[in-house]
Design a binder for this molecule. Structure first.
Ligand SMILES: *[C@@H]1O[C@H](CO)[C@@H](O)[C@H](O)[C@H]1NC(C)=O
Length: 129
């Protein structure tokens, strides 16, 4: 399967699948660590590098999928052509990303995908003048 299609399926379908209960994942094994940076008030500049961070302090005993993916979201829409990072360990608590050359503005947020999806607070992307 294409990576983006996989991500999309994980994000959109996984909650439905666990409701139906057709996969052997108990809810306590689902780990959706909250994104702690970037948060409200942060400004990122196109082309610069930053560490996205998240809180790994409450992991379940067993993590079903410990491989993380980070996608940029704008105004609630996943920018699937701007996957920022993938293949890192969800227990790392941070991963360095480069800000793509997107339209400047507010309402950007980070979506962290592993077992489940988690969206951070909105922040702004600007361009160096
Ligand atoms: C990200 O964090 C690592 C580890 O603390 C550090 O070495 C690196 O310089 C940081 N990157 C940025 C862009 O701040």
């Amino acid at each position: 399967m294409m990576p983006f299609a996989h991500v999309l399926l994980t994000f959109l379908i996984a909650p439905v699948v666990s409701l139906v209960g057709s996969v052997p994942i108990s809810s306590r094994d689902v780990f959706a660590p909250p994104v702690t940076y970037p948060h409200n008030g942060v400004v990122w500049y196109c082309g610069d590098r930053y560490n996205v961070t998240w809180d790994t302090s409450n992991p379940p005993e067993q993590i079903t999928n410990n491989e993380g993916t980070i996608i940029l979201s704008h105004n609630g829409r996943l920018l699937l052509d701007h996957s920022l990072a993938d293949g890192f360990n969800i227990m790392d608590g941070r991963v360095e990303v480069e800000v793509p050359n997107v339209k400047v503005g507010n309402k950007y947020s980070i979506v962290l995908l592993g077992d489940s999806g988690n969206q951070g607070e909105t922040f702004r992307i600007a361009r160096h003048t």
